[in-house]
Design a protein around this ligand. Structure first.
Ligand SMILES: [Zn+2]
Length: 418
């Protein structure tokens, strides 16, 4: 399976310049190729093939006066940039033809110097990890990497990213064997919420850390400072980076916390069941900020990735199961309850329920039932591999398909393809 390993990159001033030049060239190549495809379509010509495009916008362009500077950077990231365009087109065509599930993917768009995130990809031809721990990138040099953990195997490609707060990251794609942990007989249902982050059917409560809410004061101050700076000034650019950095800090803390929580759950549990929440729908409501702050999609993605890696199971229960209305003891549908009702007593059997714990127990029962229907057996390790890390970036639509996916059955054979 493919996994991504990310690290901070610390380029020198000279290397930052070389990277900036390469970001620029990769963007120009991408945009030229996109323009050529658009023109071909306008002229009623057949869809240009990537090999022809490569000759046109890289090899050929280098020989022209206005694109001669393309020769000053490594060719590998330029070719990868064209691959990204191909992927973006493929995603679009698959989305139109219905081959691709989830939200509609639009036509690829032109990239801009002002895009929030700049990235480059190098394949095996373009990078090497040196014995001294530095990362050699073609035509950039030996760049220092903060190795926060060891790479488990030889990486097949590396992506260099410059984020809006001005930080550089590298992420390596590594092909590793899944390391199945010893099988357990524990199963839990998880009810995600905003009051408490999660309640597990075994009674464990995970408090909501509310990272965004806690940092709001600082974020507002940074935002206010930005709004006072003159349009187009250097100070404004600096203030913008400061806002971006403050947001990045919140995001990092959240991701770190999510990693810890999901690792613990996957280690201790053989099968985890979650409700399929309509995160995108909720994010349009009054709760948007809190929903965003909770990072439910990331929570689920991390659980699924870790389950695949360690031989555990993650099952998703349908979005429309009335998990908070049914009594988990006797199964009677007790009717809808407003969010303010934290505890209730079942009218049929008289059990007093904590709202979230009852929901978690129902999710566990529904997940178990789904699973038994799907494979008719007990929970074994590594039966379902929910999703693999994608080996390459998918063009311009980085986040397409990540959210708002159609609800799907996660059974033994239910291996969704991205
Ligand atoms: Zn009952």
């Amino acid at each position: 399976m493919h996994l991504r390993y990310s690290y901070r990159l610390c380029p020198t001033a000279g290397q930052r310049q070389a990277l900036a030049r390469t970001f620029g060239c990769a963007r120009v190549v991408y945009n030229d190729a996109l323009a050529a495809r658009k023109q071909a379509r306008k002229d009623g010509l057949p869809y240009p093939r990537s090999t022809d495009l490569q000759k046109l916008v890289i090899t050929g362009a280098k020989r022209t006066a206005e694109r001669a500077w393309l020769a000053s950077v490594a060719v590998d990231p330029l070719i990868q940039s064209l691959r990204d365009l191909d992927t973006a087109y493929r995603n679009f065509f698959d989305s139109v033809s219905g081959k691709r599930a989830g939200r509609r993917v639009g036509l690829p768009r032109f990239k801009s110097k002002r895009d929030n995130r700049q990235s480059l990809r190098f394949t095996r031809n373009g990078f090497r990890v040196r014995g001294n721990g530095k990362l050699n990138l073609a035509r950039i040099g030996d760049v220092r990497v903060k190795w926060s953990r060891a790479l488990p195997a030889d990486p097949s490609s590396v992506t260099v990213v410059l984020d809006p707060s001005g930080r550089y990251h590298v992420s390596f794609v590594v092909d590793v064997e899944p390391q199945h942990l010893a099988a357990l007989d524990t199963e839990v249902g998880i009810d995600l919420g905003l009051t408490t982050y999660a309640v597990l059917s075994d009674g464990t409560v995970i408090d909501n850390p509310r990272f965004l809410r806690k940092a709001e004061k600082k974020l507002r101050a940074a935002q206010r400072a930005l709004s006072r700076k003159a349009e187009g000034s250097k100070n404004r650019a600096k203030a913008r980076r400061r806002v971006a950095r403050a947001h990045a800090e919140v995001a990092d803390t959240r991701t770190d916390w999510l990693h810890k929580q999901t690792t613990r759950i996957i280690r201790e549990t053989q099968a985890v069941y979650l409700e399929d929440l309509n995160v995108r729908g909720l994010a349009r409501t009054r709760l948007a900020k809190s929903v965003h702050d909770a990072g439910w999609s990331t929570f689920r993605r991390l659980l699924e990735e870790k389950a695949a890696r360690y031989g555990r199971h993650v099952g998703i229960v349908g979005r429309y199961a009335p998990t908070s209305q049914v009594c988990s003891t006797c199964g009677v549908l007790d009717g809808p309850k407003p969010l303010s009702v934290r505890t209730w007593t079942c009218g049929a059997c008289g059990t007093c329920h904590d709202r979230d714990l009852n929901a978690a127990r129902n999710i566990l029962a529904a997940g178990r039932a789904d699973r038994l229907n799907a494979c008719g057996g007990p929970v074994g390790p590594g039966v379902a591999i929910p999703r693999r890390a994608r080996p390459v970036e998918t063009g311009t639509h980085r986040n397409a398909g990540r959210t708002g996916r159609k609800p799907r059955a996660a059974g033994a054979a239910g291996i969704p393809v991205l």
